[in-house]
Design a protein around this ligand. Structure first.
Ligand SMILES: *[C@@H]1O[C@H](CO)[C@@H](O)[C@H](O)[C@H]1NC(C)=O
Ligand SMILES: *[C@@H]1O[C@H](CO)[C@@H](O)[C@H](O)[C@H]1NC(C)=O
Ligand SMILES: *[C@@H]1O[C@H](CO)[C@@H](O)[C@H](O)[C@H]1NC(C)=O
Ligand SMILES: *[C@@H]1O[C@H](CO)[C@@H](O)[C@H](O)[C@H]1NC(C)=O
Ligand SMILES: *[C@@H]1O[C@H](CO)[C@@H](O)[C@H](O)[C@H]1NC(C)=O
Length: 673
């Protein structure tokens, strides 16, 4: 008859073979998911297919037996047959180094061992039955306690028991690895899976027990090999199974798989198919919870926080201020991000210069690949910013070949960025005096002077409203690719020049270019621009700054040129670097024009239209003899208007300055007033 268990599931995990003769019973359980074992005590099957003999409850026993009797004796002559079994077990304990009692493989006449106690008797015997020949019980104990009553050798041993727990032979749990005779201990508690082989050789009357860690193949040298005649102990028919007990330490005993064969070698277990042990050991779990989980959480938080920080920093880095009223200026507005990319993050490498209003960077716009100059102007959030932006945008509509084209702007908190056409040849001042071997010849200088004059005229008259530059000077004149002079920075001074009352006016401009009435009244007019242009003309012709510091006293350029004129040799004032390559009449004209423009009386200065006409030769220079001019006592210099600045300048002796010339704007803006 064939008895088949375990076909409730599509894939049978337990394969059971039983031959009709009964002499050759064999079965295999690769896990116990659908096994039909006879259970007793608290033994149970887990849903994953483990045979869980005990579950951690104290003072309990658990028994599990193959449900059918197995023939152990040869029916013809009554000798005990050979048999072989192998199984995998695991014991987990509440404590890593302490366990309750162990597991035993049992051959027993009954499936329930009536009267047996839990605890030290492994669920097999009781006080009075222990050691009784009438028990007919054979057991291989996997004992995890040392009980002196049974003469146990230690708390981790394997023994063979006949009718009682006093082992007839025992040995410390372990195995001889790698075919060698090197003995290795195996701790049977702590949840590690261990495979056991128990074999009885009937003809030789020898019982052999072998252990190995899970997935280690069966060692050639057994742990126990003991001559044992079972004929008086086993009955003809016996049950085979497992028994286990807990004592006073919470312990769980598992059997993962089991194979048994009468008169032959037990089929090998499919180790990979055996059910997994539950994640056990409070130690492991707590380590996961106390170290792993917080670590993971901290990493997640770190990643999240750094992500947010990166996002916020990026957002702040590229933040701009855009208000509703600016929307109409759309095309004139640049994205800060684009300007940031264009200038390589405003790297010093791209710095073109730093002036009174801020630093200027070279850049290439990412989409249009247009070369631009970006000026970063810092400003406090002023009331007038709206008007100023409006003005800037309208200035952007100004187009003249002698003006540096303003392309647009970008506004950030406390900062305004102005985008201009890039002028490859830089500013004029460096050609005049900064670098002696880099200079312009007279034709080029005159061309620049004419260009600037026509640019300034356009600002004054060429547009629907008068635009006052307010800061005409050599360093604000830029040279394009063909060395044409172009006025830059027009209207920018306006940003710092909002006052209407003289007392609160912030005068912006550069010392040496400021008309006396401008410093007095604080009011910029086309005429104050003409004054500055005069200083600029003298600069171009003389190759000197309007006020040059020297060891003894600062030289006021306009006074010096004037004195040369009065002496009758105005050409003495010309730039020595010009060598002989110049037209004397032109130089003279420019010098005289510069002086006229620098007249301290605004009414005596020509207009820009007049200046252009004179420069172009359309109108002759007004006939003034140097003699009459010099005797009339006209003043050109800055002797007026410095009274307000006595903090910075020594009284009214205008020729003696205590410091080198600097931008009035700078000293006023930094709170000099
Ligand atoms: C399990 O074995 C017992 C004892 O032989 C038997 O009574 C029961 O019917 C079997 N159950 C199954 C599901 O095979
Ligand atoms: C062990 O099993 C018994 C019976 O099934 C149950 O009463 C007990 O609560 C279980 N103990 C644990 C610790 O799960
Ligand atoms: C009993 O019979 C078996 C086979 O039938 C044989 O192998 C064994 O040696 C016999 N034993 C004795 C004690 O005669
Ligand atoms: C001990 O076990 C035997 C059976 O093995 C039983 O007859 C006896 O009553 C038990 N004794 C006690 C004290 O439980
Ligand atoms: C194995 O365990 C026994 C008993 O605990 C001990 O005496 C022996 O030194 C151990 N051997 C090794 C190799 O750890």
């Amino acid at each position: 008859m064939a008895i088949c268990f375990g076909f409730r599931l599509a894939i049978p995990l337990a394969l059971l073979i039983s031959l009709a003769a009964g002499d050759e019973v064999g079965f295999i359980y690769n896990g116990f998911r659908s096994a039909n074992l006879s259970l007793d005590g608290i033994a149970e099957f887990t849903s994953s297919g483990l045979l869980k003999l005990t579950n951690g409850s104290l003072q309990q026993k658990g028994l599990a037996f193959y449900p059918h009797l197995v023939n152990f004796k040869n029916s013809a002559n009554g000798s005990v047959s050979s048999f072989s079994t192998t199984f995998v077990f695991a014991i987990t304990s509440e404590y890593p180094s302490l366990s309750a009692h162990g597991i035993a493989f049992v051959i027993s006449p009954t499936r329930d061992l009536p009267g047996a106690l839990s605890g030290q008797y492994l669920g097999l015997f009781n006080d009075s039955s222990n050691g009784n020949d009438g028990n007919h019980v054979v057991a291989v104990e996997l004992d995890t306690t040392q009980n002196s009553q049974f003469n146990d050798i230690n708390n981790n041993h394997v023994g063979i028991d006949i009718n009682g727990l006093n082992s007839i032979t025992s040995f410390s749990a372990g195995y001889y690895g790698d075919g060698s005779r090197q003995f290795r201990n195996l701790s049977m508690i702590g949840g590690q899976r261990i495979q056991v082989w128990v074999e009885y050789h009937g003809p030789e009357k020898r019982m052999v027990v072998t252990l190995a860690p899970f997935r280690v193949s069966k060692p050639k040298t057994p742990l126990l090999s003991f001559h044992l005649d079972l004929s008086s102990t086993v009955n003809n028919e016996m049950y085979v199974g497992f028994s286990s007990s807990t004592g006073s330490v919470s312990t769980t005993h598992y059997v993962l798989g089991w194979s048994f064969k009468m008169n032959g070698e037990a089929q090998e277990l499919m180790l990979s198919q055996l059910p997994k042990l539950p994640r056990l050991g409070p130690k492991k779990r707590s380590r996961l919870l106390t170290i792993g989980l917080p670590l993971i959480l901290v990493s997640i938080i770190l990643v999240a926080v750094s992500g947010v920080v990166y996002f916020l920093r990026r957002k702040r880095k590229f933040a701009e201020v855009v208000e509703d009223w600016e929307l109409e200026y759309g095309p004139h507005r640049f994205k800060f991000k684009d300007l940031y990319i264009a200038t390589n993050g405003f790297k010093d490498k791209e710095l073109l210069g730093a002036g009174g209003f801020g630093r200027v960077y070279r850049g290439v716009l990412p989409t249009s690949k247009l070369e631009v100059a970006v000026k970063r102007v810092s400003h406090e959030s002023r009331q007038g910013i709206k008007e100023f932006i409006a003005e800037i945008v309208s200035l952007g509509r100004l187009r003249h070949r002698n003006l540096v084209q303003l392309l647009g702007y970008c506004r950030r908190k406390g900062e305004l960025l102005l985008v201009y056409d890039y002028m490859p040849n830089g500013s004029l001042d460096k050609y005049l005096y900064d670098q002696p071997n880099l200079t312009l010849n007279w034709r080029q200088r005159l061309n620049v002077a004419k260009g600037v004059a026509s640019g300034l005229l356009y600002l004054h008259e060429g547009w629907e409203q008068v635009v006052i530059h307010r800061d005409v000077k050599a360093s604000n004149v830029l040279l394009d690719g063909e060395l044409n002079g172009r006025l830059g920075d027009f209207g920018l001074a306006r940003l710092y020049d909002h006052g209407t009352e003289p007392q609160t006016t912030h005068i912006v401009g550069t010392l040496g270019y400021l008309a006396p009435e401008h410093t007095r009244t604080g009011k910029a007019t086309p005429s104050t621009d003409v004054f500055a242009f005069g200083a600029f003309l003298l600069e171009v012709a003389c190759g000197r700054r309007p006020i040059s510091p020297s060891q003894t006293e600062a030289i006021i350029l306009v006074d010096w040129v004037y004195s040369c004129w009065c002496k009758g040799d105005i050409l003495e004032a010309k730039d020595p670097n010009l060598s002989s390559d110049y037209v004397a009449e032109e130089v003279e004209l420019v010098l005289k024009l510069g002086l006229i423009c620098s007249h301290s009386e605004p009414g005596a200065r020509p207009t820009m239209r007049h200046v252009v006409q004179i420069l172009e030769g359309d109108v002759p220079f007004p006939e003034i003899s140097s003699l009459s001019l010099c005797s009339s006592g006209l003043t050109f210099a800055h002797s007026e208007g410095f009274d307000d600045f006595s903090m910075t300048y020594t009284s009214s002796t205008h020729k003696r300055f205590s410091h080198s010339p600097s931008s009035v704007a700078a000293s006023i803006l930094s709170g000099g007033r």
